[in-house]
Design a protein around this ligand. Sequence first.
Ligand code: NAP
Length: 445
Amino acid sequence: MIEYRNLRVALLGGGSVGAQVARLLLEQRDELAGRVGAALDLVGILVRDVDAERTVDLPRELFTTDAESLILGADVVIELMGGIEPARTYILSAINSGADVVTANKALLAEHGQELFEAADQVGAQLNYEAAVAGAIPIVRPLRDSLAGDRVNRILGIVNGTTNFILDRMDEEGDTLEEALATATELGYAEADPTADIGGYDAAQKAALLASLAFHTTVPLASVYREGITQVTPQQIESARKAGYVVKLLAICERLTDAATGEEGVSARVYPAMVHRSHPLAAVHGANNAVFVEAEAAGSLMFYGAGAGGVETASAVLGDLVSLARRHVVGGPGFAASSHADLPILEIGSVTTRYAVTLEVSDAPGMLASIATVFSDHRVSLELVEQSINPGRPGVDGADPVPSTATLVIGTHEATEAALAATVADLAANEAVITVASVLRVEGV
Ligand code: NAP
């Protein structure tokens, strides 16, 4: 029987995720050794403050603030600190000293992934990051390994639990955004500063990672179009509900034909969109995540579960660790990042989708024809128009009478973002239009 030496595992970060990874590594040492073919020795946990109170009971002597010695003495480095620096420098130094790396750091990978993957490639090191997208849900390795022989056409992801919780409360309880956010904060789903979540930044980082994997193309974070949920109103949620839809913040990665050039390209974008209630993503409630993948041969696949949480995310980290440690033992290169397709990345203006536009208009003869003309001027064709009348009031006690108005909900066929933006600008200037109350994309059709 071949005897393997133990693998030395260094943990950078002992917070929500890191502490759970450390606990599981210690508690399941024998089981993991059996799976890997070598024991995984946790040699240290890098933290800022070794004396801080910890919620997980771990041996005191494992904690250290000496990053250099910890990294240089390790076969595998697991980075669970978060942030860009010093995480980037530590990972580069781990790779250059011959270690394999696991990270859950989506912010770092979305900004500096190319640099880190190239560094790993150069020395034949492995860099795994399953936990960086959708926490416990296996999606990185399914895209990278299981679907490596297929052609992915589209990914629709609910990849941010906080915003899904908020939109779900608005839909189910009739909360305003502020009320739902307050509840999310109270329950610990939202950070003290919720900007990364509600502004769509966190989802955009994940969209960059998913699109890069799915389309074998480096998709930089800066090329991901992003809108958060801050403009979503209870009225939009209600009118979506009446039409049989639910509003979700989606990370969308799509293979598309550029309307202008006719060439194939990819789009990565994040925005709140209407999803029909019969779509599997509509059933994703609370802080859960789900990633819906449409592939040429496999058809539709849905990956669903906990998108965050210390112990849940630790499961994905340990999966990466076991897979990488196994290769470490048996030899051979890991999966390199694949960007050979190098497809052009489409600007948001040339992306096509469907829209639901809600207008408040004057209830006057000829109004509908004038509005339909604005759409047809920009070659946006209409799928449905629903009108409801808001009755006016006569002037009482000297007050001015309030004229009756109409609310129009207009569903379009596929159109480019550029055509829709021009349509909306002209609608806003049309004298029959009192307000453009809402413009929402419709996805998952
Ligand atoms: P966390 O609770 O804030 O823990 C961060 C840990 O890193 C702490 O132990 C901290 O030390 C240590 N640390 C931070 N900066 C350091 C520095 N400059 N030097 C030394 N140690 C440092 O973070 P987390 O929630 O576990 O998240 C870790 C990573 O996992 C992040 O990249 C995050 O995006 C990702 N992730 C988290 C979740 C989740 O549900 N939490 C889900 C998916 C992915 P102290 O303990 O001394 O402060």
